[in-house]
Write a protein of this length. Structure first.
Length: 289
């Protein structure tokens, strides 16, 4: 590679090294140490931190609960976003603009403010949701302290906050499909469902692939603040997940080595799953229009 090309790449490589590669390597190094983030002494313990992570009885539930958050994120941030995008393209003019603005509005609301709003909505006594249920004589559960409802509350808040980005991406992908194709299908007698299944969805697969992969990779990150504000991972760890567990180990219990080991394990799980997911879905992608 020519020196001039390296000079052009230097700023990006510098930022990538400072904020990604160096922290990643440092995390791997710390995962082999016994360190409390404060003491200047750091004892080398080898694979003990990894053994502690994998042997912890909470590890499998954490993985299972993390998979739940990923699944609900795919449901809300891809499936629901796609359905709303398909409905939006049927609107015209100012009506479509108003609809897009309303649906994208949660995305620009700070996630902490959105989570606090839902804390008020989900109050078991005096909250708006409880008041609506009371009209139908339905008892309101303690949403945020019930082991069954707490993960769903976190998942709903996370999807509500972040689905707007995928909604606009999918809407742009649908609008980029040539209208001549769907009009020709309609002239040939194809129903809307047939045109959607045979034309729109196949041509939308590159955009869907992007939405699915990015949603999987950011699902736990997006759920971090809702977990922190709504449940603190409770009750009894029912709403906890891998990213929040890393935060707890590192900054609440000051177990930097264990937190780093859990970070490396989480990264390996996500890298493997994302690679498998991309390879499986990429085969179904249609790039030519």
């Amino acid at each position: 590679m020519a020196r001039r090309e390296l000079l052009y790449l230097a700023p990006a490589l510098l930022v990538l090294s400072l904020f990604l590669i160096v922290p990643l390597l440092r995390t791997v190094v710390i995962s082999f140490l016994d360190w409390n983030l404060v003491s200047p002494s750091k004892a080398f313990v080898g694979l003990a931190n990894y053994a502690a992570v994998l042997g912890d009885g909470s590890f499998v539930p954490l993985v299972r609960q993390s998979a739940f958050y990923i699944f609900t994120a795919l449901l809300g941030n891809v499936v629901v976003a796609l359905l709303l995008a398909l409905l939006t393209v049927r609107l015209r003019g100012r009506e479509a603009d108003v609809y897009q603005t309303i649906l994208f509005l949660p995305t620009v609301v700070p996630v902490s403010i959105g989570a606090l709003l839902f804390v008020w909505i989900l109050l078991p006594a005096g909250g708006p949701l409880s008041a609506v249920l009371a009209l139908f004589r339905v008892p309101s559960p303690t949403w945020l302290t019930d082991p069954h409802w707490a993960p769903w509350c976190v998942a709903i808040v996370s999807s509500w906050k972040f689905f707007g980005f995928n909604y606009l991406v999918l809407l742009a992908g649908i609008r980029a499909i040539p209208r001549e194709l769907t009009e020709a299908a309609a002239i040939d007698g194809a129903s809307d469902v047939t045109a959607l299944r045979r034309i729109v969805l196949p041509l939308l697969t590159p955009t869907l692939l992007f939405a699915v992969v990015t949603t999987v990779l950011t699902a736990l990150e997006n759920a971090f603040v809702p977990v922190q504000i709504l449940t603190l991972g409770g009750p009894s760890g029912a709403s906890n997940q891998l990213i929040y567990a890393i935060f707890q180990d590192g900054f609440q219990f000051f177990q930097a080595g264990k937190a780093s080991a859990l970070s490396v394990v989480t990264l390996a799980l996500f890298a493997g799953f994302a690679f498998w997911q991309f390879r499986m879905l990429e085969r179904r992608v249609v790039y030519e229009r």
